[in-house]
Design a protein. Sequence first.
Length: 472
Amino acid sequence: MELIKQNKRGFQFVLILIIGLIIWLSPMPEGLTPDAWRLLSIFIATIVGIVLKPLPMGAIALFSLTVTVLTETLSFEQAFKGFSQPIVWLVVSAFFIASGFIKTGLGTRIAYFFMSLFGRTTLGLGYSLATTELLISPFIPSLTARSGGVVFPVMKSLSEAFGSHPNDPSASKMGSFLTLCTFQAAVITSAMFYTAMAGNPLVADIAKQVNVDLSLTTWAIAAIVPGLACLVVMPFVIYKIAPPKVKNNPKAKEYSKEKLKELGKLKPKEWVMFGVFILLIALWSTANITGISATIAAFIGLIILLLTGILEWRDLTKEGGAWDTLVWFSTLVTLGAALNDVGITKWFSDFIVGQVGGFNWVVAFLLLSLIYFYTHYLFASNVAHIGAMLSPFLLIAVALGTPPMLAVLVLAGFSNLFGGLTHYGCGPAPILFGSGFVKIGTWWRVGFILSLFNVTIWLVLGSLWWKLLGMW
């Protein structure tokens, strides 16, 4: 059996190398530099490697970085630039903060509280987590901090309270389902409010290029109907395509109330953890006022946990998921940013814009919006994708006859919703995927199927709602 596994691993690794070499040696499109073409081949081979996983993702990532340096595609400093990005360390910090919730028992207490309210069905728990995301999303402008720092610890504690553990067959009991619901809810709610994602102000700024003023109120009114529709549909779709093994929990309410009684009053360490939790929410909610970034706020909370003994340094060193995520997510951030720097995204945008020039505006805009959405497979950041591609796609759509407000509202929604495609496409993705509840194949399959629902709802229901409001 071990020999078969090794042969399979070797075959997969050779396949990855062949795919990379085929692209590397293929004729280079006009307008690209050799470095850009080599980088694209390395990036695609890396994604294939991460999906096939002949080695752990961190090992695949390290191999890719080594290749970029050996081939002089990137310098060492450029190749490892991603390790210094704030978003990467915010992701890592979220793992540590979640450990504090688990270690103090506060997470278990909150989980039992959720169970007492919504625990009769697993689907109900999925909707309750989605509702939690919806309620806090307008107030915490960092998608990663909101989902990874606030909702993720509750979701993880809730799963384990039902005997569903990460990196274990029991993950399919409930943890996998709740993880997917939590992640997709974060993606949807970030599209519903101007303040729910760091890239949304950039979207609003780019919208001014076509004379559209996308204010906080306009954004919220426009997104409320398609956003709520997506939130209602999402848990049910996941329930059907990636069903939890435990569907009904008829005794959950009574069981959770009994467990809360056994836990008694909050212990001192729970109070400290709760205080840090409230402090983090306050800092993340007021980032625009205090000037304290989401990452530094997380570090402040983490330092308090270390100083008070809630966490020990060895707790951090034992958090393997955090350090593994640090390596592979930093690598994808590096490669994604480098693709933009060497002109790949501009070349691709120019190419697509040139192809749709002769189409009717309806057909052209549909093609442009879908291409804009699904090219997110090439990005490890919503903001990077927005910065690289939104402006040219929006300008050409309007130039071809698309009503400016319609074009802005569709692409604004897509600038958030496309983060749900992969396990690296936006900040909370590596946190929730790295928790170990969901296999990579399931993650990508669910992400793609849900994207079809989200795209359809945003294009069809959204357009009808905006027409009713007289926005276009």
